[in-house]
Design a binder for this molecule. Sequence first.
Ligand SMILES: Nc1ncnc2c1ncn2[C@@H]1O[C@H](COP(=O)(O)OP(=O)(O)OP(=O)(O)O)[C@@H](O)[C@H]1O
Length: 244
Amino acid sequence: MLKIRNASVSYMGLKEITEAVKDINLQVNEGEFISIVGPSGCGKSTLLSLIAGLIRPTEGSVKNTFNRNGYMFQQDFLLPWRNILDNAVLGLEIAQKKNKINKKYAEELLDSMGLSEFKNYYPAELSGGMRQRVALARTLALKPDLLLLDEPFSALDYQTRLNMQQEVGLMLRREKKTVILVTHDISEAIAMSDKVIILTKRPGRVIESIEINLNCASKAPMSCRSASNFGKYFNQIWGVLNNA
Ligand SMILES: Nc1ncnc2c1ncn2[C@@H]1O[C@H](COP(=O)(O)OP(=O)(O)OP(=O)(O)O)[C@@H](O)[C@H]1O
């Protein structure tokens, strides 16, 4: 479980102090899919770094009892000189966990993402969406308990982005992962999450936390976009964001 209590982060510059986030209270339970939305520069990435333990709060506390955290970013950071399989096992290598079983699991992840035929290809030979899937396989190969996704689809074209939301959303639900997704895209947040957290402009504070219960039998992000109450959530979040 993750529990953040009254946490604030300030960056000490040479000339000034930048208050990035302020008085954040947040709890994330196992298996939950949370999205964080907010205006540009409001401290979303700072909040993820705080959760991952990469930075400490200036005030307040962060208790993260998830064993392993996995990160995925807007850029895929694949190494161009390594083929796809070697990229997918890179995290395992760095963590000194590359063995036969774990390597096989990484291969299975690539298979499940439709990349079976591309294991010997190099990143430059793949499309943006395929590269992001490799980056996700590299992250999931480490079997993280908590996944921190920092705008992972924002560099993709719109159609690829929708496809990735669907594929990644379904996979993470299947694997029952706990996920915190940072995004600028309100529709993406609604289609993928159990809860949407809205931050104010900098210093980011939690202005609203909205439980999403779409009238949608499946948890598939694409079909959930046509749920009868999707528009209601969109307008609600849009309204809060515009006053944030
Ligand atoms: N290492 C740092 N040192 C100083 N200031 C920083 C540092 N990292 C972030 N900031 C500042 O903190 C504020 C919040 O930045 P952050 O990247 O967390 O916001 P964000 O919401 O993720 O931004 P965006 O929506 O543009 O991706 C910004 O004003 C930024 O300039």
